[in-house]
Design a protein around this ligand. Structure first.
Ligand code: GUN
Length: 284
């Protein structure tokens, strides 16, 4: 029997817990955790994500600051803003929404963020920390997936985990987190030969490609756990994941839906990272 994992419910539980922890932290220290979210340009999906992040901050009791900059903002102007935020004692977390316009170097921007405020976990200091097992912050989507797996009671030691997609945001950090929990990990990508043969080995299959419904039933082992990170807008305006849910779900033991699976967990983990950042700063 297949269980659909309810990311909305788990995310709500975590946010409620964070609300309590935040008010206790504030009562104790007088500090309100502050998150700055920077958006450059007017990508519609990014605008929606940034709006959700601000709303989650308010709901939990964080200070939320939004910087919406025009698409022709120079790299220097963006670097200046980041330097300002690095020095701003009211701000504990800085998130620059990706993707950035092509004329701005994503690597240079990420490297400019103070690693102690890098609540995305994208700074090379934190990426290195993830490789060796002691990052300050773990990227939010992979952290959210680990939390979902843990709270659903899915054991990982000795399991075959297969990730489709090798992005810095999801695929690569996901592999390191699964490895740390003793899974045997394979990362697939566009040059992988015989993708269905590899995905069919997976006890835990993570789809993070960005191609609507590309994981079909023939690519999934019976009773696999399937986690769908894809958010793809169809021509009819509806959202679809990377997994062909209707045909894949009956074969699985657990599966996440789109929407309502991984997405809400990403925001919950961003809030957790921001509280962690504020707590760490209070101890300095
Ligand atoms: N774009 C898509 N996912 C993310 C994310 O987790 N963080 C940032 N900063 N940008 C993104």
């Amino acid at each position: 029997m297949s269980v659909v994992i309810d990311g909305n419910k788990v995310s709500q539980e975590i946010r409620q817990q964070l609300r309590g922890e935040t008010s206790a932290f504030q009562a104790q220290t007088g500090i309100v955790p502050g998150l700055a979210v920077v958006l450059v340009g007017d990508d519609p999906a990014s605008q929606v994500y940034v709006g959700r992040k601000a709303k989650a901050c308010e709901e939990i009791g964080f200070l939320s600051r939004e910087y919406r900059l025009s698409a022709d903002t120079s790299e220097t102007a963006l670097l200046d803003l980041i330097h300002e935020l690095n020095l701003d004692s009211l701000i504990h977390g800085i998130l620059v929404q990706l993707p950035l316009p092509k004329h701005i170097s994503t690597d240079r921007i990420i490297a400019a963020i103070d690693p102690h405020k890098d609540v995305d976990g994208f700074h090379p200091y934190n990426v290195g920390g993830l490789v060796t097992g002691s990052p300050l912050f773990v990227p939010c989507t992979p952290r959210g997936i680990m939390e979902l797996l843990d709270r659903t009671g899915i054991a990982l030691a000795g399991k075959e985990a297969v990730i489709v997609g090798r992005s810095n945001i999801v695929g690569k950090p996901m592999a390191l987190l699964l490895l740390a929990q003793h899974a045997t990990v394979t990362i697939c990508h566009s040059r992988t030969k015989d993708l269905p043969a590899v995905t069919s080995r997976a006890d835990v299959l993570i789809a993070a490609v960005g191609k609507a419904r590309m994981i079909t039933a023939n690519m999934v082992k019976d009773n696999a756990v399937v986690i769908d990170v894809g958010v793809n807008r169809l021509e009819n305006g509806k959202l679809a994941g990377d997994v062909a849910f209707d045909e894949v779900a009956p074969k699985t033991s657990f599966i996440t839906p789109v929407p309502g699976g991984v997405g809400p967990m990403t925001i919950a983990m961003l809030m957790k990272n921001t509280l962690d950042a504020a707590i760490a700063a209070s101890k300095k």
